[in-house]
Design a protein around this ligand. Structure first.
Ligand code: FAD
Length: 422
């Protein structure tokens, strides 16, 4: 099969010699056992080369789309190729829910968990936080089960695909719930930063957007559970920000047709927790992305540092989003050991000027131990990566134990995890 394949944004052509699409576990085992170097591929939504390889890629999209619900046990087991959108629909139909979603529900559960993908909420961890256990196919095709509570679990659950092919994951679920999503427009940075903690913890999930044209958050998306106290009566101003009188896109000039329902109208969790509707399925994206996690104690200082270079950021930016993620103990998680804010940038699709501004942003965020998102574009050196992700050397040892021959490594993992160019 031809290996001519690009990621969703089109900025990366995978260098794989072969792309395999097994349809059964036995076929997957044969593919894995028959390859010296192989990487699992999810839905190709990563902007970095984290999923890339010059050897074999194996996509699980043709594997059975397993969703097995254990309502009594509060769990669901999914095939690793399953996307959040289909999982969410099935869970809701069964009266169940996940704690959180990323901004886009089209991504695979395995790919999202492998890269420390997250949504927002001061009490919400990365999506891998809901993983109870998973099945891992190691070199040779052997299947191993890793469960929460096992000593290796915190090291393995966010794994960049570097320890094997995850074939299934079991996730925590809870009774389904309703949320209201209200978007407030135009919150000046001054009051936002003066009341930052109150702002980001005023509801279950809060997301702040700015285009850095001026010192304002252009939009504040407040997602409140209806089974928790309302942050504000719908329709009231939030500090000086006022509720949008219509549904809006984070980039205000774009059509809101792709966005989830707003204006405080209650609805099921999965129809509002992500920013974009599952039925809106862009096959590719005219954008690039970067993101940095910063310990929440540095939130205001980090945002002020970016405000000082907003004149450089604005021309190459589509939108910047600030979210919160609760601390965990997953070695490669952006929230390892500390609550964080995440500062995300959706850039214009012009890599050369964007890379210059990425370097500037990283220079400004360097004093705040900023951790780059593994799946997005970054320029920080391997040494800096290992400084801000302190458990990288431990992960590299663990990966060698599970994958002694480096079957699942690639240039990205060798560079950032091992510090070697190969
Ligand atoms: C429009 C858009 C919005 C986004 N929004 C968010 C967001 O809100 N929050 C956020 O944190 N990120 C976000 N991202 C980034 C995205 O969540 C990550 O790129 C994520 O990894 C995508 O999953 P994927 O299935 O596309 O993985 P891929 O890009 O295909 O692969 C990513 C990594 O996962 C590994 N992997 C995939 N499947 C398996 C498997 N079965 N076994 C082992 N390893 C596997 C791959 O080897 C690779 O290392 C967004 C990306 C886009 C394009």
């Amino acid at each position: 099969m031809s290996a001519e394949l690009r990621n969703w944004a089109g900025n990366l052509a995978y260098g794989a010699r072969r792309v395999h699409r097994p349809t059964t576990l036995d076929e997957l085992r044969a593919v894995v056992a028959g390859s010296d170097r192989i990487r699992a591929l999810g839905t190709r939504h990563s902007f970095s080369a984290v999923a890339d390889t010059v050897d074999d890629l194996v996509s699980l999209e043709a594997m059975p789309s397993v969703v097995e619900i254990d309502a009594a046990g509060g769990a669901v087991t999914v095939g690793a190729g399953v996307r959040y959108a289909e999982l969410a629909r099935e869970l809701h139909a069964a009266g169940l829910a996940l704690a959180n979603l990323a901004s886009l529900p089209h991504i695979s559960v395995a790919g999202a968990c492998a890269t420390g993908t997250h949504g927002s909420g001061v009490r919400n961890t990365v999506l891998a936080g809901s993983v109870r256990g998973f099945e891992l196919m190691t070199a040779g095709g052997e299947l191993r089960t890793v469960r929460r509570g096992d000593p290796d679990f915190p090291g393995l659950v966010v794994n960049l695909g570097a320890v094997g092919v995850v074939t299934a994951l079991t996730l925590d679920v809870e009774p389904t719930y309703q949320v209201r999503q209200t978007v407030y427009l135009d919150l000046p940075l001054g009051p936002a930063l003066d009341h930052f903690e109150e702002l980001v913890s005023c509801a279950y999930s809060v997301c702040l957007f700015t285009d850095w044209a001026s010192p304002h958050f252009t939009q504040v998306w407040v997602i409140a559970r209806t089974d928790e106290p309302e942050p504000k009566a719908p329709g009231e101003p939030w500090f000086t920000a006022t509720p949008a009188g219509r549904d809006v896109h984070p980039v205000i000039t774009n059509s809101a047709a792709a966005c989830t329902a707003q204006q405080g109208v209650p609805g099921p969790w999965h129809t509002r927790m992500a920013h974009f509707r599952p039925e809106f399925t862009p096959s590719s994206g005219a954008e690039l992305q970067s993101e940095y996690a910063v310990p929440i104690r540095y939130a205001t200082a980090a945002i002020e540092a970016l405000d000082r270079v907003r004149g450089d950021i604005h021309p190459v930016l589509q939108i910047c989003e600030v979210r919160t993620v609760a601390a965990d103990d997953f070695w490669l998680s952006p929230a390892y050991g500390t609550d964080v804010i995440t500062i995300h940038f959706t850039w214009i699709p012009d890599e050369s000027p964007v890379r210059d501004v990425i370097r500037l942003v990283e220079e400004r965020l360097a004093p705040f131990d900023a951790r780059p998102h593994w799946a997005k574009l970054f320029e920080v050196t391997p040494e800096q990566v290992r400084r801000c992700y302190p458990r990288v050397p431990d992960f590299a040892s663990l990966a060698r134990r599970y994958d002694p021959d480096g079957t699942f490594g690639n240039a990205f993992t060798r560079l950032y995890l091992e510090g070697t160019i190969a």
